[in-house]
Write a protein that binds this ligand. Structure first.
Ligand code: NAD
Length: 359
């Protein structure tokens, strides 16, 4: 397996591998860029089929964190960690403490937080062996879990998307399909229901579907059927790479805005969506609510939920700017978002473009 020439490497500053035989920990930390501050990103635990899949995931996710934090106006760099293992079977306190020791070896260049497969309780255990952990502030309603803020940010981004696509300020009667009603998807469904939207949900766990149906009156659909629905807006809130040649050909929606990271299977799929007349809200812009929340938790001092909410509300303005620039230049929304983020964190290609423009 190649590392430096890996297709997802993209100028990573550091990639670290760690194995602890006693606890069975096998993990990778990727630090993409620290120009704006220490890298911060969640620690994902997943039963990857092989090391190559884990490496690809951590590289793509950590790069995404650089873009996400820069776009959200945070003084943070981008990084991410993955633990190779099944969170339902392999997670032990020893393994999490070993993960804390691994994080410590990077000396603060990487700060961890919750992600798929890890929880606030897990962060507390990791925090026994490293100080470089966030997302576990005592005394706040969420206990530090970023998911409610992520869901709220997606809701804000989704409203901005509906405004641009259909010129409407309310969501009354808007049909929205949600793939994955877990921590973020379920909360998003609740916000949408309260705003009067009609919700269609799918998940791979029946209990998650039942909760959305019973508590929110959502309509349940099959996990493959979600791509064929005749609805207005699709909110992917499960996993990445779900926007590909096959699924885009099937989608009948007018817009896409959801929480999942790396929704586009390949960059070119942004253009495929545009050609099909589907307005795409770039994932890392829409799902930045959680990192914004974690950033304020990291600042020390008093955590002010209203200040956090006001910052998350700005996702709506950012979306509007992206949609307008894309409309003016003819570029895809994903491309416009990347250029704005790169200008902010100083990607050398963007710096060169700026220099050329100034010359
Ligand atoms: P989660 O694990 O709580 O929820 C994901 C849900 O998707 C689960 O209920 C799972 O059963 C379901 N799912 C998985 N595969 C599926 C499939 N093929 N079809 C239908 N459902 C499927 O995770 P989460 O914290 O809600 O995060 C959801 C997505 O948002 C992830 O991609 C995550 O990386 C991203 N995200 C989360 C946060 C956060 O604060 N939690 C922040 C930014 C981005």
């Amino acid at each position: 397996m190649s590392i430096f020439s890996h297709s997802a490497y993209d100028k990573h500053e550091q990639v670290a591998f760690y194995q602890d035989a006693k606890s069975g920990l096998k993990a990778i930390i990727a630090v993409h860029n620290t120009n704006l501050g220490p890298s911060l990103g969640g620690c994902r635990m997943w039963p990857y089929a092989d090391d190559g899949e884990a490496l690809e995931d951590v590289l793509r996710l950590s790069r995404g964190m650089t873009y996400k934090s820069a776009m959200a106006g945070l003084k943070l760099g981008g990084g991410k960690a993955v633990i190779i293992g099944d969170p339902r079977k392999d997670k032990t306190p020893e393994l999490l403490r070993a993960m804390g020791e691994f994080i410590n070896t990077l000396g603060g260049r990487y700060i961890t937080a919750e992600d798929s497969g890890t929880s606030v309780a897990d962060m507390k255990v990791i925090g026994e062996t490293t100080e470089f952990v966030s997302g576990l502030v005592e005394g706040i309603e969420t206990g530090g879990d970023p998911s409610p803020s992520t869901a709220y940010g997606v809701f804000v981004g989704l409203k901005a998307t509906a405004r641009h696509r259909w010129g409407r300020d309310d969501l009354q009667g808007l049909k929205v399909s949600i793939q994955g009603v877990g921590n973020v998807g379920f909360r998003l469904a609740k916000l949408l229901k309260d705003a009067g939207a009609e919700i269609y949900v799918t998940d791979i766990f029946q209990d998650n579907i039942d909760r959305a149906v019973n508590e929110l009156g959502a309509t349940a659909v099959g996990s493959d059927e979600i791509f064929d629905l005749d609805v207005d807006l699709f909110a992917p809130c499960a996993m990445g790479a779900i926007l590909n040649d096959d699924t885009i050909a099937r989608l009948k929606v007018g817009a896409i805005a959801g929480a999942a990271n790396n929704q586009l299977a390949e960059e070119r799929h942004a253009a495929v969506l545009r050609e099909k007349g589907i307005l795409y809200a770039p994932d890392y812009v829409v799902n930045a609510g959680g990192i914004i929340d974690v950033y304020y938790q990291q600042q020390g001092g008093d955590y002010d939920p209203l200040q956090v909410k006001a910052h998350i509300d700005r996702i709506g303005d950012t979306m509007q700017e992206i949609f307008e620039r894309a409309g003016e230049t003819g570029e895809t929304t994903a491309h416009v978002a990347d250029r704005i983020a790169e200008e902010r964190f100083g990607h050398e290609d963007a710096v060169k473009k700026t220099d050329t423009a100034a010359a």
